[in-house]
Design a protein around this ligand. Structure first.
Ligand SMILES: Nc1ncnc2c1ncn2[C@@H]1O[C@H](COP(=O)(O)OP(=O)(O)OP(=O)(O)O)[C@@H](O)[C@H]1O
Length: 240
């Protein structure tokens, strides 16, 4: 029997004040897979990530991690349930050092069955962060900041990683490095939702693809099938 999804959304609607942004979103992230969430600017991708992470009031719908319903939980409890957000813009404490940023992100009690990451393991994954351990986060390059944002998320011992535009503003060589890191995380057993503007990057990594437009799912399928029909995807994303 197939295992239950790592994360599932059914009938999720979300609002900013009176603006209805997400409409009846349904998706399933299989265990140990990467799901690319694509869409034009303003389609609702970040709103969807924030809704999963508990950062928005939700009016309806169910969000579950494995069998656990997290729909009504606080952001802290959703994090304890094993969901970590790597936010767009890589929010971090700019006036703390790299190592201090990692230390404050560590949680005392990881989710049941999850082993916490140690700072040494983060440095194994990102040797560059070890070299820069005493530097202030605000002094790092864009690529290093992305590594630190991922490292901070890993310190919470997640099962599911939500990555919101991790390649934004990065040079092509660093984009390739981020791709290799995401593959390593999947190999380590994490399940990942990857929000991306960079379609080729996302399709190269993803197992599944979901496209949203004006807050509604308009396309979904295996990445391999969509790679074979790029023109259809480009149409959905308004790329000509
Ligand atoms: N804090 C807010 N208050 C009101 N409306 C908002 C707020 N944040 C986003 N929106 C609106 O919600 C819609 C979805 O925005 P969202 O940021 O989720 O899109 P996105 O797909 O992530 O876009 P981008 O690729 O530009 O980051 C847009 O119409 C946006 O104007």
């Amino acid at each position: 029997m197939p295992s239950e999804p790592a994360l599932s959304l059914s009938g999720v609607n979300a609002f900013y004040g009176d603006s209805h942004i997400l409409h009846d979103i349904c998706l399933e992230l299989p265990q140990g897979e990467i799901l690319a969430l694509l869409g034009r600017n303003g389609a609702g991708k970040t709103t969807c990530m924030n809704a999963i992470a508990g950062l928005l009031p939700r009016r309806s719908g169910r969000i579950a991690v494995g069998r656990q319903d997290i729909s009504a939980l606080s952001p802290e409890a959703i994090c304890r349930a094993g969901v970590a957000l790597v936010p767009q813009g890589r929010r971090m404490f700019r006036s703390l050092s790299v190592e201090e940023n990692l230390t404050v992100a560590r949680r005392a009690a990881p989710p049941a069955g999850q082993r916490p990451w140690t700072i040494a393991q983060i440095y194994d994954l990102f040797p560059r962060l070890q070299e820069r351990r005493a530097n202030l986060a605000g002094q790092l390059s864009g690529g290093e900041q992305q590594m630190l944002a991922i490292g901070r998320a890993l310190m919470t011992a997640p099962r599911v990683l939500l990555m919101d535009e991790p390649t934004e503003g990065l040079a092509p060589q660093i984009v390739a490095e981020v791709g290799a890191i995401v593959r390593n995380l999947r190999a380590a057993g994490l399940s990942v939702i990857l929000v991306e503007q960079h379609m080729a990057f996302a399709l190269g990594l993803a197992d599944q693809v979901v496209v949203i437009n004006t807050g509604r799912v308009v396309e979904r399928g295996a990445a391999s099938a969509l790679r074979a029909d790029m023109s259809r995807l480009e149409e959905q994303l308004g790329i000509h």
